[in-house]
Structure formats: structure tokens, C-alpha cells
Design a protein around this ligand. Structure first.
Ligand code: ME8
Length: 672
């Protein structure tokens, strides 16, 4: 019977556009799914979007859309991006789909029927950004995960008896493969050992969610709704026989791949829900680290995201896939930079695999009329040939072991070790010199050297295929081997390259990137930085704070021209406009309009108080270049001295939009 393999990504929130943090998880899963298919497993790869909850409801409101319109737009962006990147998911689930909603209700009912749900009153703190109940927090406390203010929630809820599952959960964690890596497993064990409180699993103060069966005043807690996607997508709770069959076949999942910040939801709540419903738990939950950009976790709220599209436009999907899996040690945080991306691309893809392919295949074309030559078993064999064959055998074995332990960077390092060994072998054996000679011995030696190189190339290409599917498919076809999807990876061994294979047309697969590629990508991202989808505003549950500071020094709407009268160039020259970069941004206490900024204008760092808090979250401003009126007389706002003014456009609704530049401009540059 064919082995099955079921892998999932988290389903991504639709409050922000996809970035390469999301792409990272999706690429890792895609790579694993592709390898499993080549190994002959009946593979199911699921991804999708998480569309309910207060956070999405508020984000939609802020964007002036209904939650459904909003979710439709962003969900489509995720789906289209995965399509463009050639992600091989078998399904894409949206939590607003009917199939999901109905099946979540079946799950809720099942848990209730088993006696694990009761009604009670929840009073406590809630973080809307993480959709997380924060145990033990007091009103006004920040969320321990994201640092944003928590909100006080007091409402009648349905509760899940999480506390009953302590021992069963600890028994699951005894299996070292259940939570990976080890550090995450240890964190979860100590969290659960310290005791579990029952969990509120419904909300009644907003409506954007799946109604509780028989009590539609309540919507089901968004994490119960979201986690359930892993079973609803493959047919759980359906009355359709085909769907039931699929669920039986694929569940439990082999791997839930997630980022480290959602470990608790996946390793504690999710298995407890499943146990309560009498369902099997997943086989493994694998948590990777964060992708950092400019030293912080890449995230929409920090405003430091890099979009995958930029990299696809300039270097292609394979470059991004290879970089992320090769550069980041899986499980740990890893930094992204355009410099490092281009450097890796050039060294490993253009000069490494790409160069090996083109030089080997070009020489076979030149010296053997495009047919893979016969290696000689007699006179012309040397120890170096055997070393390459042995290196290839070891690489096949160890690549598989490392890869299946999620150690992608080490696996790729192995495969590229083989490429480097072949490069050296080619240089030392000088096939171009042999090619100039006509004697039999030189011809035989040339045949052996080129056969050995081509066979090693075939093996490196086969191993790398799940990681860089496009380029390897091209190399495979250039080698005359047909469709790489038909490759039986489990049988990959040295010596299978059919002799006499007629090569296809040879083209370079990874053209070298020059320095301008870095600038181009940086510029493309700069241009995109202006936030299109606003972070949801955190609406305080506390009584309205005091009246807005009307005199907020936003240039938006400031009367630069007095009643439309003209000014002379000399008058304009009196205004010193300079480019600055925001170093620090924070809310001014007790004001919902004002931010305190520290702006570096090249010669000094200025404190500026700006009335832009309703349009910009402070975190999104740090690192952003702004235009500042540098010679404005200082004044005091809320007791803080403001030394200058930030320039912004004022929209109809009074919303300020900061002025910026499409090109890179140096800090301190004067606007004239
Ligand atoms: O948490 N580095 O959705 P989300 C690495 N809807 N991975 C990153 C990343 C970064 N900087 N940023 C995002 C949710 N990710 C819930 C999940 S599942 C039932 C519900 C990836 O949109 C990583 O996989 O906030 C992380 O766990 C996920 O996106 C969070 O996506």
C-alpha cells in the first residue's frame, strides 16, 4: 500500500499582505511535499487563510470594507502569490468557506457531547493582535507575546476543560518527535507542567466568526476555528463519503509546520481539542524560527517586511527558495538581506550548480556531439573518479537523513559539497586539454571525466529538485532526461545516467546577478513601504481618553500659504526642509493623536511631537525617512518640546500621509 504524507502550513491571517516570512514556511512545506512525492508518498499539502475574529473585523473596519470583502481581497493575494511561486499545495482552505464553517460546528458539538465544554463568565485580559487570552494579566498590562496593550474582556463564554488534559498532553510530549525542535518541546512541557486553566472558546461581543451550534449569540474562538482547518479541509465532519474517505486516509497529519510564536496554540490547545473530540493527534509539530529584517522579526506591524514579489521579479522563485533554506538554520532565527541573497545566488546558483551544468553539458556537446559518453573501465580510470562516485553515494544518503530531520541548510551544504568536488575534479583533469588530443587514451579519459561530471550533476540536480524545482527541471531536460517529476528519488544511485543519452538544448539557468540587482530590489521595496492595509487600530475599552490635542504639529493642513497668496522664492528659502530618519517612535501618554519621535537629520537627532498616531503605529515609523521642517521655532506639546515638524499630505478625512521619496536619499539632504 502506498504510504501517505500530510503536511500543513499555518493558515495566514488576512489582516496583512503576504511577505517572505509567510513565504518561508510555505516554501519549507512545499519542498518537503515535493520530496515526499518523489519518494512515492501519496502526499497532501495544505495551506490557506485565517479570516475570522476581532482582529480581522477591526482591520476591515479601518479599511472601510466589510470583513468578507476585506478577507476576499487579502486571501486572493496569498493564493495568487503561491500560484506565482509555483507552490504545489493540493488545497487552499479559507475559514469563511461553508465547508469549513459547518465542520467546525461539528467539532464543537463533538467536544460538547463528550462533556468538555461548559458555560461560565470570563473576566480577564485579551490581546486582539494575537487573539490570545492572557492569563494572570491586569487591566492595562501589555501582551507578553507582542507587547501591545491587552483589553479587558468580561462576558459570558463557553469554556473548554483544558485543565483535564494535563497528563494526557504530557504523555504525548514524552515522544521526542511530537514537538520539534527540542527547545520548543521543553518550553511546552514546562508550560503544561505548571498547570493549565480552562480556556474560553467563544466570544459574544462581536459577530465575525462561526456561530456556536444552538447558541448563535456566541461565535467560536478564532483559534479553535482556525486550528480545525487541518481536519475540515480533508473532510472531517462531512457527510460526503468521498470526504470521509479522505479524512480517514490523511489524518493524522504527519507535519504541522509553524513559526515559533504559535507553538502553544498548536502543541497545547490543538491536541487537547482533538483528544476531547476523540480524534487522533498529529504526528509532529515542527516550529521554525523567525526571519529577521533589519534585526527585528519581519512583520507588518513593524513595517519591516520584504515582499516575495520583488525577489521573484529580479531573481526568480528558485533564488528565494534556495536562499531561505540554505541560509537560515532551520529552527533558529535568521536574517534576511538583499546583499546576502545576491551573494548566495551568485556563489551557489550562478557559479555553483549553474556553472557546473553549463560547462559539463557544453563540453559533451563539443566533444561528443551531444551524447553522454561511455566511461572507460580500463586504462583511463583514475582514483579521482572513484572519489567522486563515493562522494555522490554519501551525499545521497546523508542529504536524505538531514533533510528528513528538517536540517535543510546542512542537507544543501552536503549537495553543494558534491558540486564543489566535481568543479575541482574538472579543473584537475582538464577535459579541455584532453579534448584537443586525438589519441585513443585521451579520448577514453575525456569520456570518463565528462561521464563522471555529468553523473554527479544528475545526482545533485535530483537532490536539489524539491528546493529549486524550476532550474533543476530545466537542467534535467537539458541532460536529455525528460520530465524530472517522474524521478524515483528513493532509487537514486550512482551510475544510472544512461549512456548515449542525447542532450537537449543547453542554456544557462542562473544568469549572474550584478550589484544593480540589490539596488533594484531595495528600491522596489522602498516604493511599496507605504502601508496599504492598515494595522487594525487598538480600540481601548477604557473610557474615552481626554480631548484630542488640536494643535498637533502635523504639517498636514498647516497653512503654508496664507490664504492662497503667493510667496517669493526667498520666502520659500527661509523654510529649511530636510530629510531625516526616524530613530525612535512612541505614543505620547494620555494622547491618542500624538507620537513622540526622535529624528536623525544628519547633524543632530531632533525630538519632534507629531499628531499622526491615528494613522501610523509607532513601530511602522522606525527606520522610515521623513521630511522635516528643521528651522521651526520649538514649542511644547503635552510638556514635550517639539523641535521641528514632519511634513505630510492631508487627506479629506484629515488623515495625514507622510511625505517620502521613491529614490534613496541621504539623511540630512535639503529640499529646495
Ligand atoms: O498566526 N519569520 O497567522 P499569521 C518566519 N492565523 N515566519 C513568519 C514570519 C517571520 N518573520 N512572519 C510570519 C497566524 N511567519 C494564525 C495561524 S494556524 C491554525 C493559525 C509565518 O498570519 C510563520 O509560519 O500571523 C508564522 O507562524 C505564521 O507566518 C504566522 O502567520
Amino acid at each position: 500500500m502506498t504510504r501517505k504524507f500530510y503536511i500543513t502550513t499555518p493558515i495566514y491571517y488576512v489582516n496583512a499582505r503576504p511577505h517572505i516570512g509567510h513565504a518561508y514556511t510555505t516554501i519549507a512545506c512545499d519542498t518537503i511535499a515535493r520530496r515526499q512525492r518523489l519518494l512515492g508518498a501519496d502526499t497532501f499539502f495544505l495551506t490557506g487563510t485565517d479570516e475570522h475574529g476581532q482582529k480581522i473585523e477591526r482591520a476591515a473596519q479601518a479599511a472601510g470594507k466589510t470583513p468578507q470583502q476585506y478577507a476576499d481581497q487579502i486571501s486572493a493575494e496569498f493564493r495568487n502569490l503561491w500560484k506565482r511561486m509555483g507552490i504545489s499545495n493540493d488545497d487552499f482552505i479559507r475559514t469563511t468557506e461553508e465547508r469549513h464553517k459547518k465542520r467546525v460546528q461539528v467539532l464543537f458539538q463533538g467536544i460538547r457531547d463528550n462533556g468538555f465544554i461548559y458555560k461560565g463568565t470570563y473576566t480577564g485580559q485579551y490581546c486582539v493582535s494575537d487573539e490570545l487570552y492572557v492569563d494572570g494579566a491586569q487591566p492595562g498590562d501589555p501582551c507578553p507575546t507582542c507587547g501591545r496593550p491587552t483589553e479587558t474582556v468580561e462576558e459570558e463564554n463557553y469554556f473548554f476543560k483544558l485543565s483535564s488534559f494535563r497528563d494526557q498532553l504530557l504523555a504525548l510530549y514524552a515522544n521526542p518527535d511530537f514537538i520539534r525542535p527540542e527547545t520548543r518541546r521543553n518550553e511546552v512541557i514546562s508550560f503544561v507542567r505548571s498547570g493549565l486553566r480552562d480556556l474560553s472558546i467563544s466570544r459574544s461581543t462581536f459577530t465575525w466568526g462561526i456561530p456556536v451550534p444552538d447558541d448563535p449569540k456566541h461565535v467560536i474562538y478564532v483559534w479553535l476555528d482556525a486550528l480545525a482547518n487541518y481536519i475540515t479541509a480533508i473532510g472531517y465532519g462531512s457527510t460526503h463519503p468521498g470526504a470521509q474517505e479522505a479524512f480517514k486516509k490523511y489524518w493524522p497529519a504527519d507535519v504541522h509546520m509553524i513559526g515559533k510564536e504559535i507553538v502553544r496554540f498548536h502543541c497545547v490547545y490543538w491536541p487537547a481539542f482533538l483528544l476531547a473530540a476523540g480524534l487522533p493527534v498529529p504526528k509532529a509539530i515542527v516550529a521554525h524560527g523567525w526571519l529577521l529584517f533589519e534585526e527585528n522579526k519581519m512583520s507588518k506591524s513593524r513595517g519591516n517586511i520584504v515582499r516575495a514579489e520583488t525577489i521573484l521579479d529580479v531573481l526568480g522563485a528558485d533564488a528565494l527558495r534556495y536562499f531561505l533554506l540554505r541560509e537560515v538554520v532551520f529552527g533558529q532565527d535568521g536574517s534576511f538581506s538583499f546583499d546576502a541573497l545576491v551573494q548566495r545566488y551568485n556563489s551557489d546558483l550562478a557559479n555553483g550548480l549553474g556553472n557546473l551544468a553549463s560547462r559539463t553539458l557544453t563540453m559533451i556537446n563539443r566533444y561528443f556531439k551531444g551524447e553522454v559518453p561511455y566511461p572507460s573501465h580500463a586504462v583511463s580510470k583514475s582514483a579521482a573518479d572513484d572519489v567522486i562516485a563515493e562522494t555522490a553515494r554519501t551525499t545521497i544518503r546523508e542529504f536524505g537523513t538531514l533533510f528528513d530531520q528538517f536540517q535543510f541548510s546542512r542537507a544543501l551544504e552536503m549537495a553543494w559539497g558534491l558540486i564543489a568536488a566535481v568543479d575541482k575534479y574538472i579543473v584537475e583533469n582538464e577535459p579541455w586539454t584532453l579534448g584537443e588530443k586525438q589519441d585513443d587514451e585521451s579520448r577514453a579519459r575525456l569520456a570518463t571525466v565528462l561521464y563522471t561530471s555529468a553523473e554527479a550533476l544528475r545526482i545533485a540536480t535530483a537532490l536539489a529538485h524539491p528546493v529549486i524545482p524550476d532550474a533543476t527541471a530545466k537542467i534535467w531536460a537539458q541532460m536529455g532526461l525528460g520530465d524530472i517529476k517522474k524521478l524515483a528519488l528513493a532509487d537514486l544511485a550512482w551510475g544510472q545516467l544512461p549512456l548515449g543519452t542525447k542532450l537537449g538544448e543547453v542554456h544557462p539557468v542562473f544568469p549572474r546577478a550584478d550589484k544593480s540587482a540589490i539596488q533594484r530590489m531595495q528600491q522596489m521595496e522602498e516604493q511599496q513601504r507605504s502601508p496599504v492595509v492598515e494595522e487594525p487600530k487598538v480600540v481601548s475599552q477604557a473610557p474615552a481618553v481626554e480631548a484630542v490635542a488640536k494643535a498637533a504639529p502635523v504639517a498636514a493642513g498647516a497653512d503654508a500659504t496664507v490664504d492662497g497668496a503667493k510667496i517669493s522664492i526667498d520666502d520659500f528659502a527661509k523654510i529649511e526642509l530636510r530629510v531625516g530618519v526616524v530613530k525612535v517612535a512612541e505614543r505620547v501618554p494620555k494622547s491618542d493623536k500624538l507620537l513622540r519621535l526622535e529624528v536623525d537629520i544628519g547633524t543632530e537627532v531632533r525630538q519632534v511631537v507629531a499628531g499622526i498616531a491615528e494613522a501610523y503605529a509607532p513601530e511602522t515609523l522606525v527606520g522610515r525617512k521623513v521630511v522635516i521642517v528643521a528651522n521651526l521655532a520649538p514649542r511644547k506639546l503635552r510638556g514635550l518640546e517639539s523641535n521641528g515638524m514632519i511634513v505630510a499630505a492631508s487627506l479629506e478625512d484629515g488623515k495625514p500621509v507622510l511625505a517620502g521619496f521613491l529614490e534613496d536619499v541621504p539623511i540630512g539632504a535639503r529640499l529646495k
